[in-house]
Design a binder for this molecule. Sequence first.
Ligand code: SF4
Length: 322
Amino acid sequence: MNIKNFIKISRKIFLVERVKNLLDLKIEIQKMKQERNAVILAHNYQLAEVQEVADYVGDSFYLSKIAANIENDVIVFCGVRFMAETAKILSPQKVVLLPEKDAGCPLAEMITADALRELKGEYPGVPVVCYVNSSAEVKAESDVCCTSSNALKVVASLPNHRVIFVPDGNLGNYIARQIPEKELILWQGHCVTHAKVKPEDVRMVRAQYPEAKFLIHPECHPAVVDLGDFVGSTSEIIRYAEHSDAKVFVIGTEIGVVCHLRTCLPNKQFFLLHSGLVCPNMKKTRLQSVYDALRHNQHEINVEESIARRAKSTLDRMLAAE
Ligand code: SF4
């Protein structure tokens, strides 16, 4: 056998083994799920193999609401740390597992509770709205939480003229421009993944697909957002694509949304706006990590009680505004 054939056959064997492995893991995960009375929640940005074993797939707001209302004993949260923390805060009596302990969100880590306390000191009495992409400690220091779907509604509902908005400066800027009657004090955090897109990328891709609708996430830079045909959260982008008469779309958010749309809407075409729209933290979770989480109870998320209590009030105010 020549070397070329040897490589070809080895690759085939590897692929067959991998598919068999994934199938075995899926069966084992289903068994473990029943044994432990567990539910698997997966964010839209997770790998397809993870989404396939999930009971619920959606954006962080949708998953937060699910976490608050389900009756299972164990929640396996396939996402990043702040999401699992949010689930634990909303369901303190349940065991919440984050399959990959290092799956964090750089945006959430761009502000600490100490830094927020300092900012609040500069603006006494000004309410704080925190994006759900924040730590439990930051939520505990805030007045009300929001997601990219309801940020405008939450900020607009506050009677105050001035509002502190943390930690996403791009989302804050997007909201501020829609309610000029309010003054938003913005923390300049950003999502390192969405920040990769530049306005010239949009112009270049638009020249390539002139008939396409450009659907952009507000975590992108304002100059990028301005070039979109539609701006919305992950779930709003999905809904827009489902209901639009257009056939070609360029998606300005994480690649997981493109994969989801291609599967759900095979008669439409979806392109990723920028090849860098891949969140490395969201891609850390594999099927093996989900299995290990259930099998070895790892990695259990706990939030200190006094922080959890205050963070829950912040989250409850957001859920009540819906
Ligand atoms: Fe955080 Fe951005 Fe990754 Fe979302 S896509 S988890 S905001 S780094």
